[in-house]
Design a protein around this ligand. Structure first.
Ligand SMILES: Nc1ncnc2c1ncn2[C@@H]1O[C@H](COP(=O)(O)OP(=O)(O)OP(=O)(O)O)[C@@H](O)[C@H]1O
Length: 285
């Protein structure tokens, strides 16, 4: 992988993303003119109203949306540029995608619910290693997988279990172990604590903090959960309807906000709502 542009592992400059027309759906602009940088080792939390473009951004930065031959409808970069680990993603050649994706861990929004049902936990966590190198030494693979499973605080006895034998929170930890097993330089996590029991959310947040100390990665973490963001993120960015509404530390963003959606968020926080999802869509403009 090339060096990061200007020392920043993630640089978004005037980035616009659009879903192309498909079936009866017209083209849809999901993100408009987003400019921000994420520094080495920094964790940026991303929150915003429903449909504001957070998952779309995650899919593009993770590389899953960049394969032109994929059968799914994917967003395309229609303006500006996203540069990750020094690689310009707009028009990235298809042959460079696998290598790119090895360097970027991606925890998709539905990762815990979509773990392959017929594979054991050990096979699921080890799969990215074998995808990268089919002839990877089996003993080293076992050790690496066991280390990762231990790092996300699952008993090693779970290695031979199947996903249906685990709780939602445990499955989320498996998904996290899989996303980090290649030691990526960048982690993109889409709602890592969504759908998890309140008591386990804290454990997952703490895990991210600890894993970051051990592995040093730069991360974009999408979450509606302010306590989780307080623990994991150095700064937060707020999206509203595809545009950046605010960026800074949590205190900076919520101190004297000017943007109407951020004002509404600040009001909800004052009213004791910690999980911003409860606010629903942003106020009408
Ligand atoms: N396959 C698709 N085709 C067309 N439009 C899409 C597609 N997927 C998502 N969109 C639209 O793009 C916009 C951004 O969606 P996205 O999933 O990125 O929002 P989000 O901020 O992650 O929302 P949420 O918090 O509800 O997950 C939405 O208006 C959504 O309807």
């Amino acid at each position: 992988m090339r060096g990061a542009a200007h020392g920043y592992p993630i640089v978004l400059s005037d980035l616009s993303l659009e879903y192309p027309p498909h079936g009866a759906s017209p083209a849809h602009v999901a993100l408009r003119g987003l400019t921000l940088t994420i520094a080495p080792g920094e964790v940026l939390g991303l929150l915003g109203s429903a449909g504001s473009g957070k998952s779309t951004l995650a899919k593009v930065l993770s590389g899953v949306a960049l394969d032109p031959k994929s059968p799914d409808v994917h967003p395309v970069i229609t303006g500006g540029e996203a540069t990750v680990l020094g690689l310009r993603l707009r028009g990235i050649p298809r042959r460079e995608l696998p290598e790119y994706r090895f360097h970027v861990g991606y925890l998709a929004q539905d990762a815990a619910a979509t773990l392959p049902a017929d594979l054991t936990i050990a096979e699921i966590v080890g799969e990215p290693i074998l995808e990268r190198d089919r002839r990877y030494n089996r003993k080293a693979l076992q050790t690496r997988v066991a280390t990762m499973v231990d790092a996300v605080r699952l008993p090693l006895g779970y290695l031979d279990k199947f996903p249906y034998e685990l709780s939602g929170g445990q499955r989320q930890r498996v998904a996290l172990a899989r996303a980090l097993v290649l030691g990526p330089s960048v982690l993109i996590a889409d709602e890592p604590t969504a759908g998890i029991d309140l008591t386990v959310r804290d454990v997952v947040a703490q895990l991210i903090v600890e894993l970051r100390e051990q592995h040093t990665f730069t991360a974009l973490i999408i979450s509606h959960d302010l306590p989780v963001l307080r623990r994991t993120a150095d700064r937060i960015a707020v999206l509203d309807r595809g545009e950046l509404a605010a960026i800074g530390t949590i205190e900076e963003v919520f101190h004297d906000p000017e943007h109407p959606y951020v004002m509404a968020l600040a009001g909800a926080l004052d009213d004791g709502h910690a999980i911003i999802d409860e606010l629903g869509d942003g106020p009408p403009r």
